[in-house]
Design a protein around this ligand. Structure first.
Ligand SMILES: [Zn+2]
Length: 226
């Protein structure tokens, strides 16, 4: 026990009798012989990469951030869709070359989640989406420049509405491809064939691949109307 005011020491003391004692306190009348050096500071450990509370908060936020989550999902979807995209790029580039030869003023642009070919003679009756590649017959974004179907005629739409409508529809097929991956083409061929038989048209209500993109607002999938 240390009394208040008593000097707290640890060391070797010589008692008046000449006896050396080791202790925490200097006994009365004793003489200090030696005081051991204070214990060395614990040697600094190799610096750990320490994160401040703010950084931890940011990291936790990053993991929960819905935008970042969506970006990762989108990236995975594009990887899953890549086999379709490879076919679509080959198909679109072939049409691009053909369009050049035919003097159709073909274009290639990157819009939203897709590589878009416009004024492309291989766009079918309107457009064909293969993976993250969309091949438009004509140019829904610029009807004056369009050398293909009139995107504005049938629905009494403004050119802007027509472009949004066409893009909105095809981007749902892009999302389908990101979900189905290698099953996208079989699903489209089966759905189209089934609709040809039941509805006598490819884009009929029996084609499950076209119901969602054809809905308002467009979405990847929609139930068959009752
Ligand atoms: Zn479609």
């Amino acid at each position: 026990m240390v009394r208040a005011g008593a000097p707290v020491l640890k060391g070797t003391f010589r008692m008046p009798s000449g006896l050396h004692v080791l202790g925490r306190r200097k006994p009365q009348g004793a003489e200090i012989m030696a005081t051991p050096p204070p214990p060395a500071e614990p040697t600094a450990r190799p610096a750990m990469p320490s994160l401040s509370a703010e950084k931890w908060r940011q990291l936790a936020h990053w993991q929960r951030d819905p935008e970042k989550g969506a970006a990762i999902r989108s990236l995975l979807g594009k990887a899953w869709n890549a086999p379709n995209t490879a076919i679509g790029l080959g198909y679109g580039l072939a049409g691009y070359g053909l369009g050049k030869v035919m003097g159709k003023n073909p274009h290639i642009d990157v819009r939203k989640d897709s590589i878009q070919f416009t004024n492309n003679p291989l766009g079918g009756v309107g457009a064909i989406t293969l993976g993250n590649a969309v091949v438009f017959n004509g140019n829904p974004y610029d009807p004056h420049d369009s050398d293909g179907p009139d995107w504005t005629n049938d629905k009494a739409m403004s050119p802007l509405e027509a472009a949004r409508n066409a893009e909105g529809h095809e981007l749902q097929h892009v999302k389908q491809g990101e979900q189905l991956g290698p099953l996208y083409l079989p699903s489209n061929l089966l759905g189209g064939a089934y609709s040809l038989i039941r509805d006598h048209q490819w884009h009929g209500p029996s084609n499950w691949n076209e119901r969602g993109p054809g809905a308002n607002p467009p979405r990847p999938w929609a139930r068959r109307p009752q």
